[in-house]
Design a protein around this ligand. Structure first.
Ligand SMILES: C[S@@+](CC[C@H](N)C(=O)[O-])C[C@H]1O[C@@H](n2cnc3c(N)ncnc32)[C@H](O)[C@@H]1O
Length: 323
């Protein structure tokens, strides 16, 4: 059994060793993976470079990109425990305006290695680039694979509140009893979680951080205390933060020294209990519900129409009298 106090005293190691709890390798992920023995990791979760020309990427032809990804995925599978999981979080490769959903081209790489897909999770968020020649992208995917059919999946720690917790069976032997699981419902495969943009409490200089809550859900459901969690493309250290928050061990590699520093700083803050993050399962901010004045459209207000302002949330009475 792991205790928080044990984690508070931990140091951040530079290289994997079975006796360590936190590893931030400042370099190429394949070098770190080479030091990890077979079947050691319970979970690999990552968001690789998307090959869309971010500052840390050298834009490659799709074939070369897939070859590089295949090499990392192959090593991760070697290090994965028989009951382990791999989650690859990805978006689109954009080629002269045409999009290629990267999960679709990576899928055969995972299945050729004998992995089985358990979910293709849609991660929906509301902020991002505004496109003018196609609909703006507001989701990415997390493809989840396991090494065998006997895999760790803990649903209870990640259940979410039901829409109608007061619902009861109306007939049969359980008539009158509550029909819902008191621990909540399965969160499903469409996850609505804000992405880390400028107003997000977790924002650093990195252009595409994971929100911690996204990885907490994956860590809690696919691992147990003390297990190793690896992120080969660590960025700002989010995966390690989610892992140690829940008493797992975390390792990752990051090639850009500036992000290595950010990752270490955030991990230290997590250990000290000072890292500010958006809590898991906090409802998404609703500006209309919050009474934010910017939700009033100046164009519609100017029309002084007697019709109800469509963007306003009507009261119950208005809802029925406006027709
Ligand atoms: C999409 S970002 C991941 C961000 C991360 N999920 C977070 O929450 O901050 C990918 C990261 O992989 C790093 N990277 C790219 N190639 C790498 C390699 N071969 N080995 C290790 N890190 C690499 C990049 O510098 C970048 O920070």
């Amino acid at each position: 059994m792991y205790h928080k106090a044990m984690f508070e005293k931990l140091k951040i190691a530079k290289m994997y060793d079975p006796s360590e709890h936190i590893v931030v390798y400042p370099g190429d992920c394949l070098e770190l993976l080479r030091h990890i023995p077979n079947e050691t990791l319970q979970l690999v979760v990552t968001s690789p470079p998307y090959n869309i020309g971010k500052e840390y990427e050298r834009r490659l032809k799709l074939e070369s990109y897939l070859e590089q990804q295949a090499a990392v995925i192959g090593e991760c599978v070697r290090c994965l425990s028989p009951r382990g999981s791999i989650c690859w979080q990805i978006g689109n490769y954009v080629d002269e305006g045409a999009i290629i959903p990267i999960d679709t081209v990576l899928y055969p790489i995972f299945t050729r290695l004998g992995l089985r897909m358990r979910n293709r999770i849609i991660w929906h968020f509301e902020h991002g680039l505004h496109c003018s020649r196609r609909f703006s992208g507001r989701y990415e995917t997390i493809i989840w694979f396991t090494k065998s059919n006997d895999y760790v999946f803990n649903l209870d720690p990640v259940r979410i509140p039901q829409k109608y917790p007061g619902k009861k069976y109306f007939k049969g032997p359980n008539a009158g009893k509550y029909s819902c699981n008191p621990l909540g419902k399965n969160p499903g495969d469409l996850w609505v979680i804000p992405n880390v943009k400028s107003n997000h409490i977790e924002k650093t200089d990195h252009p595409c951080q994971f929100p911690v809550e996204l990885i907490e859900r994956i860590v809690l459901s696919m691992t147990n205390e003390g297990d190793w969690v690896l992120d080969p493309f660590l960025g700002t250290g989010t995966t390690i933060i989610a892992a140690i928050r829940h008493k797992r061990r975390g390792a990752g590699a990051e090639i850009v020294s500036r992000y290595v520093q950010v990752a270490k700083q955030r991990i230290e803050q997590e250990l000290a209990g000072t890292l500010r993050t958006r809590p898991m399962n906090k409802p998404v901010y609703d500006p209309i519900e919050a009474g934010n004045s910017l939700t009033m459209s100046p164009w519609i207000a100017k029309q002084k129409s007697k019709q109800m302002v469509l963007l306003e949330k009507p009261t119950r009475k208005q809802r029925y009298s406006a027709q």
